[in-house]
Design a protein around this ligand. Structure first.
Ligand code: GCW
Length: 691
């Protein structure tokens, strides 16, 4: 039976080009796959499914080298299979980083062999997906020679799923994929999710929300309390996770949990969770032992502490080092790791200043198995932010880069917004241009470092709520694997696998994808460094979708005289947190990159930019341009009618209708807001508006 959800980029449609298909059939109709490890069931299943689709007929799977063919595929380690050992450089394979693999061609007793080899099961899984991607992308395989290993050792997806409610915080694709009610029962969908993750190299999954208690309502409402994520550490719930963890493991994915810093009190019945209390340390150590008895390859804990209502070391007069280290000590004997989030609040009114100020002084004090997980920018996943000054400035600490796959501030999967170009901008950023010159992407290659993408996939048919948002999940995985990949290469892979190879379709979809992010920046920020102007609301799960610029004077800095925030040497000194070359660049409005100008400077409304336009006129123009661009993208999309499958076409077309409308609402609210403060009319007569 066809599942009731999409297969995303794993569509495996039959290759129509006859010469190419003949070549694929010759080398892939017969596949010899190692029997040694049970984990390789995943490889066999994927080959059956993938090759079956692409070749247009079921492949023969062998447990020994097939004899009567004029070519075959062999997947295994050199140690397990002579065929493989004969075709690959064994030492090269042995030296690959965990998860790495080789795809190459060779000969076995006069027969051509296509080989996928690795020294670990996960490498064979990734190699198999890579091979299927080559075929899906119609790449030649007769002379293929691929050597791949992941840049980052840990490539995590963080689910913000609330296990007992089934909801997903900032998820725009329906309920949680994971049904904690029915676990340990396994759903087919878990396996298909594991396949999607493995196909792009994601190797760790945090199953539950970093908000393990609901801010402000925790003990006040016992009924709510019972439902909270911190309970997952109770034995009865841990026991439910073993089967899921085992299934994920077959696809190379390790299971992690978000934990509540107050767990020793909440679950353990202790009267404190003070990290410096030996009983607390003991409790965490025993809890870790228990978890590893159940899930031997458990990855570790993700912690949001001292932030937005979550308890943390500050509650006990301790600091983040004490907090992270006590958990790390408990996990250490088992090889587990603590991912400690840098998204904390503290004494500063401007959140931008907080993280560097809190964490940089602690550099070198965290245990080796602590990773400090830092959001890409200092605020909070805004459409565009400067790169966090923490990067490159904590050389003695393992860092993780947190990116948001889900589109909390980029249209919440009603708007199309492709995040890969934004992430590339972050990854290619030089954290100290006149100093050590380390780019962000170079910071995550050592043991203990890595990337964390805040998830979003849910029960929706499309998995991501918007068919085009699948590209963000895809792109995140590909970049975590290889941050050197160019945006265009990732887009091209994704478009072809998802929409097929018709050149017009490929070009149209690709162009649309690449133009989405700039459009969103323009209509929802004005494009010169403003941000955080969304409607918040009173409720716990604020809206963050509609505009609400007047709610945030501390972020916009809007006054009658001007707009923007002095995060410079005359203001709160945020710019000075960067190494000198960057600090100087940002400190002077003349040299500050235009796209960040108002983030660093409060400037008069009529301040003239290099192109001769004033600040306020630029804001008006950009807000309008963003909407026009969204409209143009919708028109582009409409040209695809009849050219792609109806379901994807319709869904995205409707979303574009809504996006254009909603972009207009943003434009109007922002431009009204700018006019209300500045009193300066738009030269082009669009503001003030008639109504
Ligand atoms: O972006 C903000 C979100 C919260 C989130 C928080 C965080 C999980 O609005 O929903 O909480 O950041 O990153 O911890």
């Amino acid at each position: 039976m066809q599942p009731d959800y999409d297969d995303c980029w794993l569509r495996y449609r039959e290759v129509r080009d006859e010469a190419l298909r003949a070549s694929y059939r010759r080398l892939c109709s017969h596949a010899y796959v190692s029997e040694q490890s049970r984990e390789l069931g995943a490889v066999r299943e994927e080959l059956r499914r993938g090759l079956g689709g692409l070749l247009g007929r079921d492949p023969h799977l062998w447990q020994h080298p097939p004899r009567t063919t004029d070519g075959f595929l062999a997947v295994g380690t050199p140690a397990d299979m002579d065929v493989v050992a004969q075709c690959v450089d064994e030492e090269r394979v042995a030296d690959l980083a965990e998860g790495g693999y080789v795809i190459t061609t060779g000969e076995w007793e006069g027969t051509d062999v296509l080989v996928v080899s690795a020294s670990s099961d996960s490498g064979l899984v990734y190699g198999t997906f890579h091979l299927l991607r080559l075929l899906s992308n119609h790449e030649p395989i007769e002379d293929v020679h691929v050597v791949e290993e992941p840049a980052s050792p840990d490539r995590l997806i963080n689910h913000w799923d609330n296990p007992f409610r089934g909801s997903v915080e900032r998820g725009y694709a329906g309920q949680s994929v994971f049904d904690f009610e029915t676990l340990p029962d396994l759903r087919e969908r878990y396996r298909d999710y594991a396949r999607l993750l493995a196909s792009v190299g994601i190797n760790g999954i945090v199953l539950n929300n970093v908000n393990t208690q609901i801010p402000g309502r925790d003990s006040a409402n016992e009924a709510m309390d019972v439902l909270e994520g911190w309970r997952l550490l109770e034995t009865r719930y841990l026991e439910k996770l073993t089967g899921l963890a085992s299934l994920l493991r077959r696809y190379g994915t390790t299971t992690y949990l978000s934990v509540n810093f107050g767990a020793p009190e909440k679950i353990g019945g202790l009267d404190t969770s003070d990290p410096n209390d030996p009983e607390v340390a003991q409790w965490w150590a025993e809890k870790a032992d228990e978890i590893y008895d159940l899930i031997p390859d458990f990855g570790g804990f993700l912690v949001k502490a001292d932030s937005e209502g979550q308890p943390g070391p500050y509650n006990y007069d301790a600091d983040h080092v004490d907090g992270a280290n006590v958990l790390a000590e408990a996990l250490e004997p088992h090889g587990g790791r603590v991912w400690w989030r840098a998204f904390v609040y503290g004494s500063h009114k401007d959140r931008a200043v907080q993280q560097y100020d809190t964490f940089e002084p602690l550099d070198g004090e965290f245990r080796d198995n602590v990773t400090i997980q830092v959001k890409n920018g200092p605020i909070d996943f805004q459409p565009r932010e400067p790169v966090s000054p923490v990067f490159g400035q904590m050389p003695e600490t393992e860092l993780g880069l947190e990116l948001q796959i889900t589109g909390e501030y980029t249209g919440q999967h009603v708007h199309a917004c492709y995040h890969v170009p934004m992430w590339k901008e972050v990854l290619e950023f030089d954290t100290d241009p006149e100093g050590h010159g380390t780019k962000v992407k170079d910071l995550f290659t050592d043991e203990g470092t890595g990337m964390a993408g805040v998830g979003g996939p849910g029960e929706d048919r499309s998995w991501t709520g918007h068919y085009l948002a699948q590209a963000n999940l895809y792109g995140y995985g590909r970049l975590a694997w290889d941050p050197d990949l160019e945006t265009e290469a990732i887009t091209d892979e994704w478009v072809r696998q998802t929409f097929g190879h018709d050149p017009d379709v490929v070009e149209t979809v690709t162009d649309i994808m690449h133009d989405t992010w700039p459009a969103v920046i323009d209509y929802s920020t004005g494009g010169i460094g403003l941000m955080h102007m969304m409607y918040n609301g009173e409720a716990y799960l604020e809206n963050h979708y509609d505009p609400g610029p007047e709610e945030w004077p501390g972020y916009t800095g809007a006054t009658e005289d001007g707009i923007g925030k002095d995060r410079n040497s005359e203001g709160n000194g945020y710019a000075q947190q960067y190494p000198d070359a960057l600090a100087d660049l940002y400190d002077d409005p003349e040299s500050c990159p235009k796209e960040l100008l108002l983030f660093f400077h409060h400037l008069p409304w009529d301040y003239e930019l290099s192109d001769g336009r004033t600040v306020v006129q630029t804001l008006y123009d950009n807000c309008h341009a963003g909407v026009e661009e969204a409209r143009r993208l919708r028109e582009e999309w409409r040209t695809l009618e009849g050219e792609i499958d109806e379901e994807r076409y319709r869904h995205v077309a409707e979303r574009f209708d809504e996006q254009v409308e909603h972009a207009g609402i943003w434009r109007d609210r922002l431009t009204d807001f700018f006019y209300d403060y500045s009193g300066i009319a738009d030269e082009k007569g669009r503001v003030p508006r008639e109504d």
